[in-house]
Design a protein around this ligand. Structure first.
Ligand SMILES: NC(=O)c1ccc[n+]([C@@H]2O[C@H](COP(=O)([O-])OP(=O)(O)OC[C@H]3O[C@@H](n4cnc5c(N)ncnc54)[C@H](O)[C@@H]3O)[C@@H](O)[C@H]2O)c1
Ligand SMILES: [Zn+2]
Ligand SMILES: [Zn+2]
Length: 367
């Protein structure tokens, strides 16, 4: 079939809206009519060259839609199901899956980073030449073929716009707070970067009962946005930031500090901003090949812990319905994350708005 998709060719060149060929789903694959796809910074890392990938590639890894076809042997979903898409399919059988760390599943890492389906081939093509799938989802397209392991069925009362955000920002951010950091009631939290991911961390910290949630951003407009999600204090990023965080936490530094941008220099600031014995969680994805300078002596003497979080240490099959249920009960304000919607043709404007710092999350919606 023919699909309309946004295609990435090379860093610095805007995404091109093109008509591509999409082959029928193979064994274990699912054809999804995409309803909505979130504008996440991880796709933008392709545009800057910070993340390298085979090209041409269709980005988009934060999506939801309706199953409209299934390949042979598909058992998880049926035509008509509403699905949120996971960009980290897990096998259920490897060491990591068996030890409750499915976001670290190694089974599919090869094809995922090669930009193909699990059999090493693409379903997308243009004039007979392969077009790659970003994170096996390629959901900046009106239809996509994905491995069935990427599909999590959600109840029909959950809007597909909200389901899309559960597919990345919400699961990453709320999961970083709950699964990775295990935030305790009454604790203090600082979040660097109040984008879709950082705001989701703030929501997760509020849900866990943190008493002080400090949001730090470079854009003035993010202050009001962060407070609407539960930040108790907002700071403009600058040379005074660490001192200001200490002043808000009885001189100690925050119990838990999240970096939700992907900048080595800010990761270093996070270590200074966390109290002795505290936890730094690196959520933002820094450029491939970059390095962060964290003073080992300080980590030793002050027993600071630094960890990463991939997809909020999630188990998507468990966590997507959990977050959908918390949304339904009014405990996660996911609708508020969607500041603006765009047709696919305006995807480059949507990314400009993300960088402009005035919005929480932009969302591509398909008619
Ligand atoms: N770990 C994971 O599994 C995972 C999943 C999704 C996204 N990410 C990464 O998380 C990061 C955030 O993604 P997003 O979609 O929320 O991005 P975003 O662009 O929506 O938000 C980033 C925020 O950081 C702010 N910022 C930029 N420089 C800053 C600085 N020096 N100090 C303070 N704030 C600053 C921006 O103003 C913006 O509000 C990206 O690196 C993305 O790739 C990681
Ligand atoms: Zn993302
Ligand atoms: Zn596995």
């Amino acid at each position: 079939m023919k699909v309309k998709a946004a295609v990435f060719y090379e860093p610095g060149v805007p995404l091109a809206i093109e008509t591509l060929d999409l082959a029928a789903p193979g064994p274990g694959e699912v054809l999804v009519r995409v309803a909505a796809a979130g504008v996440c910074h991880s796709d933008w890392h392709l545009m800057t060259g910070a993340t390298r990938h085979a090209t041409p590639v269709v980005p988009g890894h934060e999506g939801a839609g309706v199953v409209v076809g299934v390949g042979p042997g598909v058992g998880r979903v049926r035509v008509g199901d509403n699905v949120a898409l996971s960009w980290a399919p897990s096998c259920g059988a490897c060491f990591y899956c068996l030890h409750d760390r499915p976001s670290l599943c190694q089974t599919y890492v090869g094809p995922l980073w090669a930009g193909t389906m699990m059999d090493g081939t693409t379903r997308l093509s243009h004039d007979g030449r392969p077009v790659y799938h970003f994170s096996a989802l390629a959901c900046f397209a009106d239809h996509t073929v994905v491995p069935e392991e990427c599909c999590v069925v959600l109840d029909k009362d959950i809007p597909l716009t909200v389901a899309a955000l559960i597919g990345c920002a919400v699961t990453t951010g709320v999961g970083a707070a709950l699964n990775t950091a295990h935030i305790r009631p009454g604790s203090s939290v600082a979040v660097f970067g109040a984008g879709g991911v950082g705001l989701s961390i703030i929501m997760g910290a509020k849900l866990a009962g943190a008493s002080r949630i400090i949001a730090i951003d470079t854009h003035e407009a993010k202050g009001d946005i962060a407070q609407a999600f539960g930040a108790t204090d907002v700071l403009m990023a600058g040379p005074e930031t660490v001192g200001a965080i200490q002043a808000l936490t009885e001189g100690r530094g925050a119990d838990t500090v999240f970096e939700a941008i992907g900048l080595p220099a800010v990761q270093e600031t996070c270590l200074a901003a966390v109290r002795p014995g505290g936890l730094v969680v690196l959520v933002g994805i820094s450029p491939m090949g970059s390095a962060t300078n964290l003073p080992g002596a300080l980590i030793t003497r002050q027993e600071k812990t630094v960890t990463g979080t991939y997809y909020g240490s999630a188990n998507p099959a468990r966590d997507f319905p959990l977050y959908a249920g918390l949304y339904r009960r009014g405990l996660l304000d996911l609708g508020r994350l969607i500041s603006r919607t765009y047709p696919l043709e305006q995807i480059n404007e949507a990314y400009a708005d993300m960088l402009g710092g005035e919005i929480a999350r932009g969302l591509i919606v398909f008619p």
